[in-house]
Design a protein around this ligand. Structure first.
Ligand code: SIN
Length: 475
């Protein structure tokens, strides 16, 4: 298990000499300690990235693509080991952790294919006086700040296109899950990524780290996944240097079930949309709007499905929901549930933290949740499903859109035209129409409104890590 900082291809202790404890959320106990990066370490990582980047940018796209393909294979070959690390530091069930490694690796395979397809254009100016050449060089050095809910995939979703486009990166993984990030850094070097291109510097002092790194003259871009609140702060600071940004921020997804839907399919989709990766995803269904004629049937079947969830440590057989990341997360989820109940919701299932070691919350279903309850406006990030009945389609859409977030939405109906019309009216970057999962490396992942800026994945994702240069010329 790697516990030092990865800077310029070398492993070193932090210049401040301190460490960060890594906690197993299933027990609440510390099981490892990693080097705690300082602002000086962040700057050293930026220096290393700046030195390595020009040669990499000059490497033929086919060669870069082949390195990315080797990274895909390397991660796939280390699925068991990486998945176990994720379970230890993040807590999710082992099957979800394995799924995360497959998802993480796929970003490398997809972007290996995109790397050789970065396009340019050539055309005649409208005046006919000259040619216009447009091409896409890499941005340069990219800062990446990643979250703990997907310790591997939220790194590779940024890293693979950044490398494919010819950039070098400095990663600040979350202090909760640094081990997966450090091991990925090591594996990528073994796969042939040149030293200095991928630097991994965990820290417990994120603000100081970022303040130093953002002012490094070589840094030209910030790619962040995390909460909208933190995203706003980073954007303000990135504005000081007019950095290019890609921001994947919070969600508050409505999950709409019309009375004409296949209710069994809707329940199955709801379980995926709510409970995938222990309900700690920004795409998670946050508010279930169910048409009044179907609300009894949906509530009963969905509650029965939620009651079958087995919570426990991610390594235990049959566990389908692990712990939350820490005690604060448990307290936050519980506060939202208490607030909803105070505002008139009834509890169909669960409704409280689980006693004993670790940070567990009971799978919970609430009914008749008020639109103005805090839970309807907050990203829950826990296994709690609020159900809201509706009769008026337009009012339901108004409520669904009455949030500053716009990442994901879900719609269930047998009427495809109604489903498409409703999807278009929901202000969200991604819609699951009769599907409970939207994430795919080949699709543009990202939000509208305060859920973010830019897109990750698909053909768009790699261009986020490129500049556009236009050359006016004659011949
Ligand atoms: C996230 O929760 O930040 C990402 C979820 C996903 O990629 O599916």
């Amino acid at each position: 298990m790697r516990t030092e900082l990865l800077i310029g291809g070398n492993w070193r202790e932090g210049t401040g000499g301190g460490t960060i404890d890594v906690i197993d959320p299933a027990s609440g106990e510390s099981f490892a300690a990693v080097a705690n990066g300082t602002p000086d370490d962040a700057l050293a990582a930026c220096d290393a990235a700046a030195s390595a980047q020009p040669d990499w940018a000059a490497t033929p796209p086919r060669e870069r693509s082949e390195v990315l393909r080797a990274c895909w294979k390397m991660l796939v070959d280390h699925t068991d080991e990486l998945a176990e690390l994720i379970v230890r530091e993040q807590g999710k069930p082992l099957t979800d952790a394995r799924g995360e490694i497959a998802y993480s690796a796929e970003f490398f395979r997809w972007n290996a294919e995109e790397t050789v397809r970065i396009r340019g254009e050539i055309g005649l100016a409208p005046s006919g006086t000259n040619r216009m050449i447009v091409h896409h060089p890499p941005v340069g050095v990219v800062l990446m700040i990643t979250p703990w809910n997907f310790p591997a995939a939220m790194i590779t979703r940024k890293l693979a296109p950044a490398l494919g486009a010819g950039n070098a990166v400095v990663i600040k993984p979350p202090s909760e899950t640094p081990l997966t990030a450090l091991r990925i850094g090591e594996l990528l070097q073994d796969a042939g990524v040149p030293a200095g291109l991928v630097n991994v510097v965990p820290t417990s002092k994120s603000g100081d780290w970022f303040d130093a790194a953002v002012d490094h003259p070589a840094v030209r871009m910030l790619s962040f996944t995390g909460s909208t609140e933190v995203g706003r702060r980073l954007l303000r600071r990135a504005a000081d240097r007019v950095l290019k940004t890609v921001m994947e921020l919070g969600g508050n997804a409505p999950f709409v079930v019309f009375a004409d839907a296949d209710i069994d399919a809707a329940v199955e989709g709801a379980m995926v949309a709510k409970m995938r990766h222990s309900a700690e995803t920004c795409t998670a269904a946050n508010r279930f709007y169910v048409e009044a004629d179907a609300v009894d049937e949906f509530s009963e079947k969905f509650t029965a499905a939620m009651a079958k969830i087995k919570i426990g440590p991610g390594f235990d057989d049959g566990v389908t929901c692990g712990p939350l990341i820490n005690q604060r997360a448990v307290d936050d989820v519980d506060g939202l549930v208490r607030g909803a109940v105070d505002a008139g919701a009834s509890v169909l299932l669960g409704g409280s933290p689980r006693d004993g070691a670790g940070f567990f919350y009971e799978p919970t279903v609430l009914r008749d949740v008020a639109h103005d309850a805090e839970i309807s406006r907050s990203e829950i990030f826990g296994p709690v499903a609020p159900i809201i009945s509706f009769t008026d389609h337009d009012e339901m859409i108004r409520q669904a859109n009455d949030t500053e977030m716009g990442l994901t939405g879900y719609v269930y109906t047998r009427d495809l035209a109604k489903g498409l019309r409703t999807s278009e009216r929901i202000q969200a970057g991604m819609i699951g129409l009769n599907r409970g999962a939207v994430s795919d490396p080949a699709a543009p992942f990202g939000g509208m409104k305060q859920s973010g800026l830019g897109r990750e994945g698909s053909t768009e994702g790699i261009y986020e890590f490129c500049e556009t240069q236009y050359i006016a010329t004659n011949w």
